[in-house]
Design a protein around this ligand. Structure first.
Ligand SMILES: [Ca+2]
Ligand SMILES: [Ca+2]
Ligand SMILES: [Ca+2]
Ligand SMILES: [Ca+2]
Length: 356
């Protein structure tokens, strides 16, 4: 097999070129100003490294119809711990509790060099008719490049049981115009994020958010809808920020109520590794607090995340991973159930129908 590889790659390239030449963008049919994403050129180098195939994926250019502008109704703002004043101590006093899935780790592994463009400060949500807009602001740009270099993300937990169903992530570089080209969305179709003890470490062998449902670079989007998720760079007063927009229709079959949190990472997170404390031990992960025997950060470094805030409903105060937990957060034990009304696809019937 191995010695045929160059020939296969050459054939694949020829096929690809032949296909690329026949692509003709289709015209938009609505009055909304369309933005055509650039076609993604798949080269043998960029193609998946698994078995070479004679039929490489040809990614058709998409024509965007529903394009975000700006949220008009201000709905909620929350704050994360931030480390801009004492980062040179190379430690975090509060906000990093690995076993509770609460991370405050905007530092490099072992050396504990501060990464201001990963240190989440504020997270807020607005909406308009078609989109929710989640803004995440950071302490500062990356010191070397003066840009936002991280991957930023949103987790959505619709039934507030601590087990998020949807993960949205972004990839640098960012532009001030919304683009759908460097975002991805993942779904936990078998509803096992969090394992048996949702908000504490356990050894349940879960697969996290196992389904890619949106990634235009892979040609993946829900049936008929290449407009699901977008990102742009913006500001939050004088702080640099990204804004992630996602379409509201995913809640169409019920009310627009959910809990949500945000995260940052220096590299795009692996959606299979959620929640991190189910896939790494505390020793492997390291710690950001010098009082912790696992200090410094090790395999779980250069990340930040936040507690979850409710949208569209009043939190009771016992929501696992929630920001407003009264009298201390308690453990939430629940065996994952892939089916039924509380499963991911039980809650997101329309979305699952378009991706299954
Ligand atoms: Ca945090
Ligand atoms: Ca932070
Ligand atoms: Ca849930
Ligand atoms: Ca899963």
């Amino acid at each position: 097999m191995k010695k045929n590889l160059p020939l296969l790659l050459m054939l694949a390239t020829m096929l690809l070129q032949a296909c690329t030449n026949t692509i003709t963008p289709t015209a938009a049919v609505t009055t909304v100003e369309p933005i055509a994403s650039e076609a993604v050129l798949v080269t043998p180098d960029a193609a998946p490294s698994a078995e070479p195939s004679l039929t490489p994926p040809v990614i058709e250019p998409v024509v965007h119809v529903t394009i975000p502008s700006a949220g008009t109704s201000d709905r909620a703002t929350a704050h994360d711990n931030e480390n801009s004043l004492f980062f040179d101590t190379k430690k975090v006093k509060t906000g990093d509790e690995f076993y509770k899935n609460r991370l405050e780790r905007p530092f490099t592994s072992v050396d504990m060099v501060y990464l201001p463009d990963l240190d989440i400060v504020n997270f807020s949500i607005t909406s308009d008719e078609k989109f929710f807009y989640i803004k995440i602001s950071m302490v500062d740009f990356d010191t070397a490049t003066k840009s936002l270099t991280g991957s930023y993300g949103v987790e959505i937990d619709r039934n507030a049981d601590g087990r998020a169903e949807i993960l949205l992530t972004t990839r640098a570089p960012y532009t001030t115009e919304f683009t759908a080209d460097n975002v991805a969305a993942y779904l936990d179709i078998n509803s096992d994020v969090g394992g048996n003890n949702i908000n504490r470490p356990d050894d349940f062998a879960g697969d996290g958010y196992e389904a890619v449902i949106f990634d235009l670079a892979q040609g993946v989007y829900p049936e008929g809808d290449p407009d699901l998720v977008w990102v742009r760079q913006t500001t939050d007063s004088d702080l640099p920020a990204v804004e992630i927009a996602f379409e509201k229709w995913i809640f169409k079959d019920g009310k627009e109520a959910f809990m949500w949190s945000v995260l940052s990472s220096d590299v795009p997170v692996n959606p299979a590794n959620f929640y991190f404390h189910d896939h790494l031990t505390a020793e492997e992960a390291g710690a950001a607090n010098t009082d912790d025997p696992n200090y410094p950060l090790k395999n779980l470094a250069a990340v930040d995340n936040t507690c979850r805030v409710p949208l569209g409903f009043q939190a009771v105060g016992n929501e696992p991973l929630g920001c407003y937990v009264k009298g201390g957060e308690s453990e939430a034990k629940e065996t994952p159930l892939a089916d039924g009304p509380e499963s991911t696809c039980g809650q997101f019937i329309e979305l699952c129908a378009k991706v299954k």
